[in-house]
Design a protein around this ligand. Structure first.
Ligand code: C2O
Ligand code: CU
Ligand code: CU
Length: 510
């Protein structure tokens, strides 16, 4: 950890109108100095800052967003995203040594987490490293993950929900040689799609938790769909093949994705990169923080076709009002013939080197983590988040292969309470610093009918994951190999309101 310079708001305002990075280097020569000391292939200044954005017609919206500038290395490492709160896209290569200076220009403390990446403890964005207004935190890490759709977002204690809601989130794409060799659609044919829901008031301002405490317990649900920070998102495409890279960047909403004309979804990748080979699904569940790489061939549609990606109804989340109605996420307009030869879908996408479940050190006796939402406490195994607290059951050994089992018990008020007395809701569980395989799911018989509305939409077993949807009454086993980076990392529910209420714990790699 380095808090290597401070910049006050007046300095920032003076700097921000002009070439920001160059001026940062001139005014804060210690950045330039450290850059020469340690070899970084890419060095970026990432600033979190309030900004007015034109989202809806009329009044602009107050947002918080990330802006980024490359100060060393490939200028294409940052793809800016103007006129939106949608964060800049960071593009790294596997093997690159990366340095990122996070500059906090928000009116409160923050820290950024690289979701899905395996990084040293000090680069993971744990809430204990949060920095105050005007401070900078420097991350140094090597990109050791395989090609995939990763992302970044704030992670300060108790404030992740409001900060992501205000607009702080972006994609982090990693590429590698294995992916290059496939010739997947790129450039205009590779489309990032960050799905979020929001509520706007009459003055076009985003409203967080309109119903107060009840919203915190259920999680935030908006009534307006936003894609890449824009409302009523419409995509104009050619009669060609596309790679759609989806992220559920919503605070709490779970989507049940499907094309409105019944065309199956073709999945080529999940959280941790490409699958072994493409799979087809009629619908797919996408819970907060999950990613999905889709292949779509629009050449089969006549020019002039309009189709839409929908979220279908499902059960198991009615208490908060989720899943009860179908709605449109985005519209695709097939506007013209292909201007270049469409890419073809490879039959074989990758060799993902899966872990071997029987060899897990605790195969016979998985570590169990029972999730509960009670009136005032959100817990894992009965405990809420404490900044540096680690239980005996939360210590693992570097390099070990383990089975972890997440349990969403029939009554989340705890064992022994009848169904319906607790809060019956989904919990998307996420583990920092690893990619795992989902190896088993089981459902409590009382919840089987709920489960039937979602179960065909899981993309399990076929690829790497760092987040997994845990429906009411469900138990999910994941197979995890812990990396060699030792230290304190997090695992938590990625319903951000649950996370902020304490449905999060540390685990330690020794
Ligand atoms: Cu998206 Cu703790 O992470
Ligand atoms: Cu994470
Ligand atoms: Cu939860």
């Amino acid at each position: 950890m380095q808090k290597d310079f401070r910049m006050n708001r007046r300095d920032f305002l003076r700097l921000s109108g002009t070439g920001f990075a160059g001026l940062v280097l001139a005014q804060f020569p210690n950045i330039a100095a450290t850059a020469q000391d340690i070899e970084a292939d890419v060095e970026i200044v990432l600033t979190a800052i309030p900004e007015q954005v034109q989202i809806l017609p009329g009044q602009t919206t107050s947002t918080w967003r990330y802006i980024a500038e490359v100060i060393r290395g490939d200028p294409n490492s940052v793809q800016s995203t103007p006129n939106s709160y949608f964060g800049p896209i960071l593009r790294f290569r596997k093997g690159q040594q990366v340095r990122i200076h996070l500059n906090n220009q928000l009116p409160e403390s923050t820290i950024t987490h690289w979701h899905g990446l395996t990084v040293p403890e000090t680069a993971d964005g744990h809430p204990r490293f949060a920095i105050e207004t005007g401070e900078t935190y420097t991350y140094d890490f090597q990109v050791i993950n395989r090609a995939g759709t990763y992302w970044y977002h704030p992670h300060p204690h108790g404030r992740t929900g409001p900060q992501v809601y205000a607009g702080l989130a972006g994609f982090l794409f990693v590429s590698d040689e294995e992916e290059d060799a496939l010739g997947l659609p790129e450039g205009d044919y590779e489309i990032p799609l960050m799905l979020q829901d929001r509520v706007f008031d009459a003055d076009n301002q985003m409203v967080y938790l309109p119903n107060g405490m009840m919203d915190r317990m259920h999680g935030f649900l908006g009534d307006r769909m936003m894609v890449n920070g824009q409302a009523d998102y419409a995509l104009s495409v050619e009669k060609s093949a596309y790679r759609l890279r989806l992220l559920n960047g919503s605070n709490s909403r779970v989507y049940k994705l499907a094309w409105d004309d019944g065309t199956p979804l073709i999945v080529i990748g999940t959280d941790g990169g490409l699958l072994q080979s493409p799979i087809e699904k009629d619908y797919i569940m996408l819970a907060p923080s999950e990613r999905l790489d889709l292949w779509v061939d629009f050449s089969t549609y006549p020019v002039g076709t309009s189709l839409s990606l929908k979220s279908l109804t499902f059960s198991g989340a009615e208490e908060g009002g989720m899943g009860t109605s179908e709605f449109t996420i985005l519209t695709v307009n097939v506007d013209s013939d292909a201007t270049s030869t469409p890419a073809t879908l490879p039959a074989q996408l990758s060799t993902p080197n899966f872990n071997d479940a029987p060899n897990a050190v605790n195969a016979a006796n998985p570590r169990q983590f029972t999730v509960a939402m009670q009136a005032m406490a959100a817990t894992i195994n009965g405990q809420s988040f404490e900044m540096t607290d680690v239980d005996a059951n939360e210590i693992v050994q570097a390099g070990d292969l383990e089975v972890w089992e997440f349990i969403n018990p029939p009554s989340s008020m705890g064992r022994g309470m009848g169904r319906g007395m607790g809060m019956v809701m989904p919990h998307p569980m996420h583990i920092h610093n690893v990619q795992f395989q989902v190896i088993d799911r089981q459902i409590d018989p009382d919840f089987a009918s709920i489960w039937d509305t979602v179960r065909e939409g899981y993309v399990d077993g076929a690829g790497w994951k760092d987040s997994v949807l845990l429906m009411p009454g469900e138990r999910v086993k994941v197979l995890v190999k812990f990396p060699d980076y030792t230290g304190l990392y997090l695992y938590h529910c990625h319903n951000l309101e649950h996370e902020d209420l304490g449905l999060m714990r540390n685990y330690r790699i020794e």
